[in-house]
Design a protein around this ligand. Structure first.
Ligand SMILES: N=c1c2ncn([C@@H]3O[C@H](COP(=O)(O)OP(=O)(O)OP(=O)(O)O)[C@@H](O)[C@H]3O)c2ncn1[C@@H]1O[C@H](COP(=O)(O)O)[C@@H](O)[C@H]1O
Length: 116
């Protein structure tokens, strides 16, 4: 598949989440053959620790002006956020729906509406 095709593939998060769900202990995830099953087996704090690490690595990539790393570190961060969401029974479609709900609403206007 080309990069162009990937750019228009808005189902990629849902497909990855489908795979991650199969790695849950309740679904028989096997720690010996799966990174995600191994993370799940360590408990919810393990993915949270990775989110913290990947966020820091993204900040360092931006500070270094390293665009390739900005892309790969953002992918790592999004991936580990997906792992945590799946661990808590939340689908990426819910996050995308929340972003879609906010689409076109200025953050400044939204903030002002909260302060009344
Ligand atoms: N997108 C990813 C993905 N991105 C990053 N990673 C892994 O995340 C890990 C953490 O990255 P780090 O840079 O911190 O590397 P590390 O130092 O080896 O990690 P730690 O040992 O410190 O945790 C690495 O092992 C990466 O390979 C991923 N592992 C899996 N996926 C997706 O998840 C699916 C299921 O994966 P498995 O459960 O492993 O089959 C895969 O088919 C992919 O679609």
């Amino acid at each position: 598949m080309t990069t162009e095709n990937h750019l228009h593939d808005d189902l990629v998060l849902a497909r990855i989440a489908d795979v991650l769900e199969t790695r849950l202990p309740a679904r028989g995830g096997d720690s010996s053959s799966s990174y995600v099953a191994k993370l799940f087996a360590k408990g919810p704090d393990a993915a949270l620790k990775k989110i913290g690490e990947e966020a820091t690595e993204l900040v360092m990539a931006v500070k270094d002006g390293a665009k390739d790393r900005m892309v790969s570190e953002t992918a790592d961060l999004w991936f580990h956020c997906l792992v945590t969401l799946v661990e808590h029974g939340i689908r990426p479609e819910q996050v995308l729906a929340e972003l879609a709900r906010r689409e076109g609403v200025s953050g400044l206007i939204e903030k002002a509406s909260r302060q009344t």
